[in-house]
Design a protein around this ligand. Structure first.
Ligand code: SF4
Length: 378
C-alpha cells in the first residue's frame, strides 16, 4: 500500500538504525510528542532497536488521555439530561470520569451515540429538531478544523439544537510547559507531523531557540520515526538546535491556511487543564464569543463542575515522560484496558495501553517502580 508499506521497508530501517548507532556517542533523551507515534514505536519495537543511550520518552500527545477528568464529568452530566442526544467518537466512551463512563450512562438509558465525524452529529440535529444534540469536541490541532467547520455550519444553517462540548489542546504550549518543568529530562522533540500539517512549523523555531532543543517534525510509520530520531540525534551530537521537517510528504511549512482561517474564526485561545498535568496557560481552544450559543458548557450550565484526579493513577507522570507505564504500581494489576484507572490505559493511543498491548505485562518489581517525588508541569 503506497505511503505505508514503503515506509515500513526493513532494509531501509536497518540502514537508518545503523546510522543512528554510529552517530550516537552519548546518552540522549528524545520525546515523541504524539500518542500515534508512541503506539507505532511500541508496536514495532523501535525503542528496543535503538542504541541503549538513546531513550524515547512518551509525551502528552494523546488527545483522549489529556482530556481532563472534569470535562468527562461535564460530558456525563450533559449526556444524562432528558432530551439530549450526546454524540462522541467511540474512544471517549470508555474514558472514566469520577465515577462512571459514557458507556455506563448509556446503559442507564441516556442517548449516547458513536459518530465518525462531527458533521454526523450535525445531521442528527437536523433529523431531530425537538432534541438537543451535543458533540464532544476534543483533541489537538488535528481534530479542531472539522469541529470548527461543524460549528460554523451549524450557525450558518441556523441549527439551534446543536452544541459542542469543547476541550481542544495545543502542542506548542505543552512543549513549553515540559521544558520549564524542574523535572524535565527532554533534550529533543519529535514533533507531531499531523499537527504541523494543519498549523505549519512557524511556532517551533522560537521554542527550539529558547530551550536549545532540536525539534524534528516526524511522521508515524517506522521509517518516519527512525528518520526523526536520526536527525534529532545528529543535531544533538553536533550541538545544534534547529527545526527540521522530516515529514515533507504531509507537512508544508505554512501548514493549511484554509484550516487556520476557520480555526481563527471559531475558536479563541484559553488556559486549559491537561489530565494528570494541570493547567497550562494558553494551551487550549474554546469557542469564541461569536459562537457562544453553540457552547454546550454554557448551554447546559456545567461550567462549575470540578474534580480531583484519582491518587492511584500516575498518568500525569507518564504524560510528562517522568515514568514509564510499566513502572506504575497499578499497571497490569488494578489497571488494565478492561478496567482502566486512567485515560492513558483507555485510549488506543495511550502509552499505558500501548505497553499493555505489546509487551511488559508483568507486575513491576520494586526495583523498577519509580519514586513518586516529582513536580507537576503546571
Ligand atoms: S497504568 Fe493505569 S493507573 Fe498507572 S498511570 Fe497508566 S493509566 Fe494510570
Amino acid at each position: 500500500m503506497k505511503y505505508i508499506e514503503e515506509f515500513q521497508n526493513p532494509e531501509l530501517a536497518r540502514r537508518l538504525l545503523d546510522d543512528i548507532h554510529t552517530t550516537a556517542t552519548r546518552p540522549w533523551a528524545l520525546m515523541e510528542v504524539c500518542g500515534g507515534q508512541t503506539h507505532s514505536i511500541i508496536r514495532h519495537g523501535i525503542d528496543q532497536l535503538l542504541p541503549e543511550q538513546v531513550e524515547l520518552i512518551h509525551g502528552p500527545g494523546c488527545p483522549v488521555c489529556v482530556t481532563p477528568l472534569e470535562v468527562i464529568d461535564k460530558a456525563l452530566e450533559i449526556a444524562s439530561r432528558p432530551g439530549v442526544i450526546f454524540c462522541s467518537f467511540g474512544d471517549m466512551l470508555r474514558v472514566p470520569g469520577s465515577g462512571r463512563d459514557l458507556f455506563q450512562v448509556k446503559s442507564e438509558g441516556a442517548d449516547v451515540r458513536v459518530v465518525y465525524s462531527p458533521l454526523d452529529a450535525l445531521r442528527i440535529a437536523q433529523q431531530n429538531p425537538d432534541r438537543d444534540v451535543v458533540f464532544f469536541g476534543i483533541g489537538f490541532e488535528t481534530t479542531a478544523p472539522p469541529n470548527a467547520m461543524t460549528v460554523y455550519q451549524a450557525r450558518k444553517l441556523k441549527i439551534r439544537n446543536f452544541s459542542m462540548l469543547v476541550s481542544h489542546v495545543l502542542v506548542p504550549p505543552a512543549i513549553e510547559a515540559i521544558m520549564t518543568s524542574p523535572d524535565c529530562r527532554v533534550q529533543a522533540f519529535l514533533a507531531a507531523g499531523h499537527v504541523c500539517s494543519v498549523m505549519g512549523i512557524s511556532e517551533y523555531p522560537p521554542l527550539a531557540d529558547r530551550f536549545k532543543v532540536p525539534i524534528v517534525v516526524t511522521g508515524f510509520e517506522p521509517l518516519d520515526i527512525l528518520e526523526g530520531v536520526r536527525r534529532a540525534v545528529r543535531q544533538l551530537e553536533r550541538g545544534e538546535h534547529t527545526v527540521e521537517n522530516a515529514y515533507p510528504r504531509a507537512v508544508r511549512p505554512e501548514g493549511n491556511p484554509a484550516a487556520q482561517t476557520m480555526l481563527q474564526d471559531v475558536f479563541e485561545v484559553t488556559d486549559r487543564a491537561w489530565r494528570g498535568i494541570g493547567v497550562i496557560p494558553h494551551s487550549g481552544w474554546k469557542l469564541s464569543d461569536r459562537y457562544r450559543d453553540y457552547d454546550a458548557e454554557h448551554r447546559f450550565a456545567v461550567g462549575a463542575i470540578t474534580t480531583q484526579e484519582p491518587a492511584a493513577c500516575r498518568s500525569g507522570e507518564v504524560l510528562q515522560g517522568l515514568l514509564k507505564p510499566h513502572q506504575c504500581e497499578a499497571f497490569g494489576t488494578t489497571c488494565t484496558p478492561r478496567n482502566p484507572l486512567g485515560a492513558t490505559m483507555v485510549s488506543s493511543e495511550g502509552a499505558c495501553a500501548a505497553y499493555y498491548l505489546y509487551r511488559r505485562l508483568g507486575t513491576p518489581t520494586s526495583s523498577t517502580t519509580a519514586p513518586r517525588e516529582t513536580t507537576p508541569v503546571a
